[in-house]
Design a protein around this ligand. Sequence first.
Ligand code: UDP
Ligand code: MN
Length: 243
Amino acid sequence: DLPVIYFITPTYPRREQVAELIRLGQTLMHVPNLHWILADDSATCNPMVIDLLPRFGLPYTHLASPMPEIYRHVSIVPRGVANRRAALAWIRANIKSGVIYFGDDDNTFDLKLFKEIRDTRKVSMFPVGLIGEYSISSPILKEGKVVGFFDSWPAKRMFPVDMAGFAVNIEFLLQHPNATMPYKAGYEEDRFLRSLGLTLDQIEPKANGCTEVLVWHTQTTKRTPPVLRIDSVLDNSLKDLLQ
Ligand code: UDP
Ligand code: MN
């Protein structure tokens, strides 16, 4: 009877990917009635991810959702947008009720978060840790209602929130057939929420009146794989084997 949480995760191939997905998948394993939508930024579903997904015992959908080539060459790449758009299209085509949440593959989630978002009626919001210069991004409440936002990068946004800082009811999403996320780095959350026709008074604050941090925008140090100098690391007998 619990509403299903559709947990939408953009992911892309790099050497940290499997580590990120193991950690995230093993968090999601603890959550009842959760369906994981893993949207892969690749032309075809990545075989390493195909092998990994069944191991968590979760219902899941794996989508191939490559970023259109034109966006890979702009100054600030809109990361994860093609993926989230594909997941939204899948939801619209297949699902009638439940809750969506955008959880990136490198974030950190307290299991308490899932209890909070599950009863989202329209759009719920809550603080996100490790965001920007202030280290936190959060709705500001007055008498239990959201009246503004605390975020180090307001940028004239109506909803200056992080992707991990809100959840959306699927029936509410379906009432807005044109709602979408733009390929505009930095403005994805704001424009998506605005396309839902959201107003401040509709926002449902969670996490004990937005006083608790239940999700963190952790980031993993990225490294370019080294160019392996086979000659320097293998002895002669192994080199023979590789010929
Ligand atoms: N991502 C993607 N393609 C890319 C870069 C990132 O699909 O080329 C995904 C990534 O896996 C993550 C989300 O988009 O789930 C946000 O990317 P990232 O974590 O690098 O952004 P940041 O946390 O630095 O804003
Ligand atoms: Mn990230």
